[in-house]
Design a binder for this molecule. Structure first.
Ligand code: NAD
Ligand code: MG
Length: 298
C-alpha cells in the first residue's frame, strides 16, 4: 500500500488550495482546520534514532512542534510538550500519541511570554522525563498587519516576548541540565531571509533567532552540545489561520510555492529528528531550510 515514503511526485502528495478562509482566534487549534494537517499521526514511521532521549518541544500541541513531538516519540524518545492552556484539546491528542508508543509524555501548559514560566519549563521537563537531552524552541507568535502603522506596541512586545525573550529564557535555564551529546533546535523561518511586508515585526524576531542560535552554537559546542536552526517555508498550521495570514491568503496558502501547495507538518519532522539525533553529529550552528523551494536561505 502506498504511504508517505512511497516514491512519488511530491507536488501531488498532499492537499492543494483553495482551503477556504476558516479564521480562528489566536492561538488556533489544529483540530479545527480543514483539511486537518498531517502531523505524522498515521504516517510517521520511526527507526530508533532517538532511543532513550528526553525531549522538550515548546508549542508541541500543534503544527510543526506536534510533528516533531510525534516523530521523536516514534524514534524512541520520551517527550514533554509546552503549549498554551487554551490548546488543551490539541495537546491531549499529542500526549495520547506519545503514550501509545510506550514513551513517557509530559504536558506542560503555560505562557512562555512570562519569564518565570519560560525559565521553569526545562526543569519541569527534566523532572517529568528524568533528564533533558533535546530542546526544541518552537513556540511562536505571528500576526499579520497590513501596515506598520497598525503594529501596536503591545503586538510588537508580544511577538518579541514569545519568539525572542522565551528563546533566551528557556535556553539559559536548560543548558545546565543538558549533558554532552544534547541538541538544541530553534524554529526560525524563511521570513528571516525573505521577509513579507505584513510580517515586519515577526520577521525581525525570526532573523534574531538565527543570529542567537548561531552565537549560542559556538558556546554550546564547548559543552559538547549542538545548536541548530530549522527554517520552514509555508506549512499548513493553525498559526496561519489564526491571524498569521489574512483570511484570503489562508484560502490560497502555499499557492506561491513551486509545489502549488503548502508543506504538511510531517514533511519537516525529519529535519528535527536529524538535528536531534547523533546522525547530526557534525551539524552545529547550521540553518536547515525546508521550504518547498520557495525561500532562499543565505
Ligand atoms: P502552531 O500554531 O501550530 O504552533 C505554534 C505554537 O506556539 C502554538 O501551538 C502554541 O502552543 C505556541 N505558543 C504561541 N504563543 C505561546 C505562548 N505565549 N506561550 C506558550 N506557547 C505559545 O503553528 P506552527 O506553524 O507549527 O508554528 C511553529 C513554529 O514554526 C513557530 O515558531 C513559527 O513561527 C514557525 N514557522 C511556521 C511556519 C508556517 O508556515 N507554519 C513557517 C515558518 C516558521
Ligand atoms: Mg497550537
Amino acid at each position: 500500500m502506498a504511504d508517505r515514503l512511497t516514491m512519488q511526485d511530491p507536488r501531488g502528495q498532499y492537499p492543494k488550495p483553495p482551503f477556504g478562509e476558516q479564521p480562528q482566534p489566536v492561538p488556533g487549534l489544529a483540530r479545527d482546520m480543514s483539511p486537518r494537517p498531517d502531523h505524522g499521526e498515521e504516517s510517521y514511521r520511526g527507526s530508533g534514532k532517538l532511543a532513550g532521549r528526553r525531549a522538550l518541544v515548546t508549542g508541541g500541541d500543534s503544527g510543526i512542534g506536534r510533528a516533531a513531538a510525534i516523530a521523536f516519540a516514534r524514534e524512541g524518545a520520551d517527550v514533554a510538550i509546552g503549549y498554551l492552556p487554551a490548546e488543551e484539546a490539541d495537546a491531549s491528542e499529542v500526549i495520547a500519541l506519545i503514550g501509545a508508543e510506550g514513551r513517557v509524555a509530559a504536558a506542560l501548559p503555560g505562557d512562555v511570554s512570562v519569564e518565570a514560566f519560560a525559565r521553569d519549563l526545562p526543569r519541569l521537563a527534566a523532572e517529568a522525563l528524568g533528564g533533558l537531552d533535546v530542546l526544541v524552541i518552537n513556540a511562536g507568535h505571528q500576526q499579520s498587519r497590513d501596515a506598520l502603522a497598525n503594529v501596536t506596541s503591545a503586538e510588537f512586545d508580544e511577538t518579541m516576548k514569545v519568539n525572542l525573550y522565551a528563546l533566551f529564557w528557556t535556553t539559559q535555564a536548560a543548558l545546565p541540565l543538558m549533558p554532552p551529546g544534547s541538541s538544541i533546535i530553534t524554529t526560525s523561518s524563511v521570513q528571516a531571509y525573505d521577509p513579507s511586508a505584513s510580517l515586519i515585526h515577526y520577521a525581525t524576531t525570526k532573523a534574531g533567532m538565527v543570529a542567537y542560535t548561531k552565537a549560542l552554537a559556538q558556546q554550546t559546542l564547548k559543552l559538547g552540545i549542538r545548536a541548530n536552526v530549522v527554517a520552514p517555508g509555508p506549512f499548513w498550521t493553525a498559526l496561519q489561520s489564526s491571524g498569521g495570514q489574512p483570511p484570503e491568503k489562508v484560502d490560497t496558502f502555499g499557492s506561491g510555492s513551486a509545489y502549488g501547495r503548502p508543506g504538511q507538518p510531517v514533511e519537516i519532522a525529519p529535519a528535527y529528528v536529524l538535528l536531534a539525533s547523533q546522525e547530526g553529529s557534525y551539524m552545529n550552528g547550521e540553518v536547515l531550510a525546508v521550504t518547498g523551494g520557495s525561500g532562499s536561505v543565505a
